[in-house]
Design a binder for this molecule. Sequence first.
Ligand SMILES: [Zn+2]
Ligand SMILES: [Zn+2]
Ligand SMILES: [Zn+2]
Length: 212
Amino acid sequence: MNKKDFFEKMEQDYELHKKKYACAHPKVELRKRTKKNKAISYVMQCLVCGKATSRDITKETAFLNNNNIEPEPFDENLKANWENSRNKEANLILGKDKQEREARRAKFWQWYDNYLNTQEWQKKRKLVLERANHTCEGCGINSAEKVHHLTYRHKGHEFLFELIAVCNECHDRIHEEHSKKEIEELEDLIEEEIHWLFKVMQFIKKLNCCCI
Ligand SMILES: [Zn+2]
Ligand SMILES: [Zn+2]
Ligand SMILES: [Zn+2]
């Protein structure tokens, strides 16, 4: 998928999401709401999504409209649950699903550990070490002990040029510079960038600009 399609899909999904969660629900009822500061207000509440659909209504009007009976309490849970699933879905669309990403990451490392034990990998490893004449391709001095992935882009189907034979010392140095944590941080950055670009695309669209 190219960049434009990617953002277009994201935008479509986001628009659908906004529609799905917009409150156009017909069933509203008068409720008594106790705010965090204990102040009491009377508002109309949507019975589907829990949104307060009116401004505050005075106590007199509220009772007058409710046959002089005290209105039921405002359902804060209904509102919170609705907002939770709305935000969760939005995060998924915008690629901000942290938990999912963490699970994907864990799955990847598990897969990777298994992969290193396969014959396929052992064969590839041997080819790379032979290519390097068993000499480290980092320092050219020590004997090569490890085969390092320059990228995981073709993980499981690596090109040999994506793998290098290195000595333990050089391998440690590589991993110091590109520690797992750094990779994860980098992923977070990329994700933020995606989010930011998405906002820019929306803005440009609003301007009716034709350059994308
Ligand atoms: Zn609603
Ligand atoms: Zn080396
Ligand atoms: Zn490595």
